[in-house]
Ligand binder design. Sequence first.
Ligand code: GMT
Length: 377
Amino acid sequence: MTRKLKIGITCYPSLGGSGVVATELGKLLAEKGHEIHFITHSVPFRLGKFHKNIFYHEVEVNDYYVFRYPPYDLALASKMAQVVQMQELDLLHVHYAVPHAICAYLAKQMVGNQLKTVTTLHGTDITVLAQDESLKDLIRLAINSSDSVTAVSADLIKETRELLDITREIDLTYNFVDKRVYYPRECQSLKADYAPNGEKLLMHISNFRPVKRISDVIDVFARVAKAMPAKLLLVGEGPELTKAQCQINKLGLENRVHFLGKQDDVAQIISIADLMLLPSEKESFGLVALEAMACGVPTIGSIAGGIPELVTHGQTGFLSPIGDTESMATNAIKLLSDPDMFRQFREACIQRARLEFCNDLITAHYEQIYYRTLGIE
Ligand code: GMT
């Protein structure tokens, strides 16, 4: 039997796809008997109840009076080194190059080369931060000094190579969903609350940052709502929310749009949707489209980043060029008006999520990477 590992995981513990992936991965690895140590500034929001084999180590920042900015990154690196030594960890798996892979690099300098590090690139560390000339060399150092590097789409690997001139091996490990949580749920009464007259329900879930193109979400919805009775559910919060509210008021759609705010557990709410809208400008993978797919909900989205690797155009959703809201709305109307086509898409979604992106498959892939990194075959 292959030896069980002691793994330190660092991620952004608050809302966001990378934190979800890191935390769910930790939980699944713990279920398989590995010992997992989260090293973060607060408890990862998806951790929830007590789990056997999972430990949490809080990073506390020293606010010594000469510090203008409390040095979180240094505190994290020291904590990593301390936990590695005290708990005799085999490796650190860090999610995001900046600052986590840099901190892991520093921890390794402190404890020695026997510590192995695995870095997962999630997107904005490359697509946004690597564009910043002042950070480029640091990000390159973080990636090149990790023992293994993974990225969540082939597109992100390509972009990492192009932007940072990186030639080392990068493993492709897609985002995943836990099939015990994400499946089409029976939510008739919840659906009736939002669509009492059988309206079609369109949904968008994000952190409402400009890259998500919320105005396109609303524009697509406005076009669909002209063609058929429909409602829009907006889940999440972020900087573009107020603008979205104004656009909705201007279009006179206030009674057809519901703002649900931040939700930690979206599996149930996604199941009441007919379509997920994801018209992003940048999207290294699009976890929310996968969560929707697993619940049998097709995505209408953009040809951006890794979305085409996830959503099969014409089978599990429809994709259009970024900003082409007319084409997105036409596709949405076509799908929503044809019950046979919709049924086929729904089936294809459930199948694809189970076959290509299920928790067992991707967790096993990460385990393989850990064993390879540690030289255990
Ligand atoms: O989408 C976001 O803005 C959140 C961001 C994050 O940092 O958590 O998500 C990124 O990582 C997710 C998990 O790998 C991916 O599914 C998202 O596509 C990616 N977001 C972007 O590339 C914009």
